[in-house]
Design a protein around this ligand. Structure first.
Ligand code: ARG
Length: 336
């Protein structure tokens, strides 16, 4: 492989210098991950913000000369820093930022997880993906009470159901071109699916961008309730599954933006009387990210924004949610 031409302003384009390329071009991880796996998506999608995905846990060590600068630029997290996790809801001291329900439609907190010692999306094969699915579904089937639910494999779902679930924000969209280029969508829809509790306040997506996306959500702005449900589920699942974790980088995910807490805490907030630029400026000042109504790479419809923590590494889960609560308060204040 010779030095590729990388278009666009992604972090990949910024940090894959000819020197870094030369140092990494012949390296390979235990699962056979090579530099071309990491960079395929950013090369095929010049509008990438980041442009790389890790193919396994070891990628973060083997390809550190490329990934560390990307991690530092995105999270402000240096090679000497150590991540710490705090998933204890008793430590979360936030009030409901919108108790009257005037602005916040819903609150959703998700974390990404991968199984320890398994390859990630870019190189996992059909058999390994099915093994992961089986192990995860088995663990999910033991969840009690409010968390108990059912697993629906994507392959057994009809088009109308899929569409309905995607629109209700309960299911991932297929054909993400960033993931497609990264090799994640091979054998689609085999071993992909969604687990949902009855109330649809607790869901787990299987084998999409990460092996697990564990989601707690409900109407309104009760961050503490949403976080408590998530923390309860995580504790039970961690007793049955071992997740990919690093002392330095926290929970390991295929996308470097998700490392650490691997958590995105978000609200859907309706702010029809604030200009989009103003929403974005206030959010940015509070370390938050704004997405469209239907999530990443979509537009805001009817003044409804998806606002979430940008930084996931080098902050605890409790800190990130506190940051969200403060930003949401500021947005509500500005909206009058
Ligand atoms: N790979 C895409 C990019 O670089 C998405 C990055 C963040 N989003 C995500 N779903 N991991 O722009």
């Amino acid at each position: 492989m010779s030095y590729p031409k990388i278009e666009g302003a992604s972090l990949l384009a910024r940090f894959l210098t000819p020197e870094v390329f030369d140092a990494l071009k012949d390296r390979e991880t235990y699962f056979g991950v090579r530099l071309e796996h990491l960079i395929a998506s950013g090369i095929q999608n010049p509008d990438s913000a980041i442009g790389v995905y890790a193919g396994d846990e070891e990628s973060y060590e083997v390809f550190a000369p490329l990934l560390d600068p990307i991690i530092a630029a995105y999270h402000g997290f240096g090679p000497e820093d150590r991540h710490a996790s705090d998933l204890d809801p008793a430590h979360l001291e936030v009030e409901n930022p919108d108790p009257e329900g005037r602005f916040v439609l819903s609150t959703r907190i998700r974390v990404a997880r991968n199984l320890c010692c398994f390859p990630f999306g870019p190189v996992i094969d059909r058999r390994e993906r099915r093994m992961a699915e089986r192990a995860i579904v088995r663990a999910l089937s033991t969840l009690p009470g409010e968390l108990a639910g059912e697993y629906q494999p994507l392959s057994a779902m009809d088009e109308a159901t899929k569409k309905q679930l995607v629109e209700a924000h309960l299911l991932f969209k297929a054909e993400d071109r960033f993931l497609e280029a990264g090799g994640f969508n091979r054998d689609w829809p085999d071993a992909r699916g969604v687990f949902m509790n009855k109330a649809r306040t607790f869901l787990v997506w299987l084998n999409e961008e990460d092996q697990l996306r564990i989601i707690s959500m409900e109407r309104g702005a009760d961050l503490k309730s949403v976080f408590s449900r998530l923390a309860r589920a995580l504790k039970l699942l961690e007793a049955r599954l071992t997740f990919a974790y690093s002392e330095r980088l926290g929970y390991l995910t295929s996308c470097p933006t998700n490392l650490g807490t691997a958590m995105r805490a978000s609200v859907h907030i309706r702010l029809p009387h604030l200009a989009e630029d103003e929403v974005k400026a206030i959010a940015r000042a509070h370390g938050l990210q704004v997405r469209g109504t239907h999530g990443e790479h979509t537009e805001a419809e009817g003044g409804v924004y998806d606002v979430s923590n940008k930084r996931r590494l080098g902050v605890t889960e409790v800190e990130a949610i506190t940051q969200l609560a403060k930003g949401v308060q500021a947005l509500i204040q500005a909206a009058g």
